[in-house]
Design a protein around this ligand. Structure first.
Ligand SMILES: [Zn+2]
Length: 427
């Protein structure tokens, strides 16, 4: 299994990566990883004892029945408790399905253990339901190339924890000790589980088989430095197995390398951003100047297949600064349509801008082409020209997506391409 981590996911086809991420595995005879039915959703770590089954992460609501079924094929022992490694719904969204299975069998309702910040997170999710459904469609379009309006959310019940963890807790079950520790990392409500008798750590999205997802452009603040510290603490336990939120079980000697490389990667980005802030740089120059050490950049377990180092820079930046980008021209910006009209007129019309944008796309400079085409869209004097510019933007966005390794970034670019095309067709 370690072989999977020694190959770069970037060199595998998407189908091969999905197969690895969606394969169940045994850690020990009594601790298993139940994989998600969807490669990006969180895995479950399942601890099977004669006294009860503990499930660490329940998966997304739509995927939970399959997980229950897989666990029930191994054991009929009641669920003792469900532990959330954090309140993201691909980890906590399936709890009701596990509870209903227990009640249907006449078993007691399992306890639900979560960080004290899970409840405020669930409250926030419900307050922002419309916005969350929208950004989910950008981050995870249902079909490749599908528009942002094509997905309906999976119905689910929010199951609030009834055992709340602030710092740490532990309990014993079936001869095993479950030590549960809190952390700030991908979220402010992380828990990770350590089972000393088996030397197994179950850590949720503290590792996801690639560059950590801190700084997701669609989501709130994350905690880069504390994330690094947590990975170092886990490495200090000397685990023999690590079940992470995504990807295969990490085993043996590879654990230290993966945990500590990831910690080093997060720390160097964090520290460089702090240093550049202190030297009076603003975001654009910070992004240009942060250097990822070459040895780390090459590690397959840090490949930017989902998270991205530029997103991490943004995350650290926004944690310590305001939203201002350092250019006073943008403090109270003019309407972008007015700016577009001025630039388009100066360029001799939208046609000239489109011609240059097309050239840049052909030369492999799709990012620069995107900035230009926006002036033409905003400054177009008639519907036919605006339509042409929108269709070109859709093509350029797809060209930019084609060279983008990060799934999150690629999906945002591709949904943008679909939206530009849809908008053009409705004109
Ligand atoms: Zn997560």
């Amino acid at each position: 299994m370690t072989q999977h981590y020694e190959d770069s996911y970037l060199e595998l086809t998407r189908r091969e990566v999905n197969e690895i991420f969606m394969k169940d595995e045994d850690c020990t005879p009594d601790i298993i990883r139940v994989a998600p039915g969807w490669p990006i959703a969180g895995s479950s770590g399942v601890i099977i004892t004669d006294e009860g089954v503990v499930v660490v992460d329940t998966g997304i609501a739509g995927d939970a029945p399959g997980r229950v079924q897989k666990i029930r094929q191994r054991t009929q022992v009641p669920f003792h408790s469900l532990i959330y490694t954090h309140g993201h719904l691909d980890h906590a969204g399936g709890a009701q399905v596990f509870i209903e299975d227990a009640l249907k069998r006449g078993h007691p309702r399992p306890g639900v253990i979560g960080h004290e910040n899970v409840a405020p997170r669930f409250d926030k999710y419900q307050r922002l339901a419309g916005r969350r459904a929208y950004i989910s469609r950008l981050q995870f379009p249902r079909r490749p190339g599908a528009g942002a309006s094509s997905q309906t959310p999976v119905p689910m019940t929010y199951v609030y924890p009834d055992v709340v963890v602030k710092d740490a807790m532990k309990f014993r079950i079936g001869g095993l000790t479950l030590e549960i520790y809190s952390a700030f990392a991908e979220t402010d409500d992380c828990l990770w589980v350590w089972i000393p008798e088996r030397r197994v750590a179950i850590i949720g999205d503290l590792l996801i088989g690639g560059c950590p997802n801190t700084g997701n452009p669609l989501k709130e603040q994350r905690y880069t430095l504390e994330w690094a510290q947590t990975l170092e603490i886990i490495a200090g336990k000397n685990p023999e197995y690590v079940i992470a939120g995504a990807g295969p079980i990490i085993r043996g000697n590879l654990i230290d390398v993966v945990l500590l490389d990831t910690a080093k990667y997060l720390r160097t980005i964090h520290d460089q951003v702090i240093d550049l802030l202190n030297k009076e740089f603003w975001i654009e120059d910070i992004i240009k100047r942060v250097k990822i050490p070459e040895d780390l950049a090459k590690k397959p377990w840090l490949a930017p297949t989902y998270g991205h180092p530029v997103f991490i820079i943004h995350d650290v930046y926004r944690r310590y600064t305001g939203w201002y980008d350092g250019n006073p021209s943008g403090l109270f910006p003019a309407d972008s349509a007015g700016i577009g009209a001025e630039v388009t007129d100066l360029s001799g019309g939208a046609g000239n801008i489109m011609k240059r944008a097309e050239q840049l796309k052909e030369q492999g400079q799709s990012q620069l082409a995107l900035h230009l085409i926006d002036f033409a869209i905003k400054g177009a004097k008639d519907t036919a020209t605006r339509k042409e510019a929108l269709l070109l933007k859709s093509e350029i966005l797809n060209a930019r997506a084609d060279i983008e390794p990060s799934l999150i970034a690629r999906n945002i670019l591709r949904t943008g391409a679909v939206t530009a095309k849809d908008t053009a067709e409705k004109l």
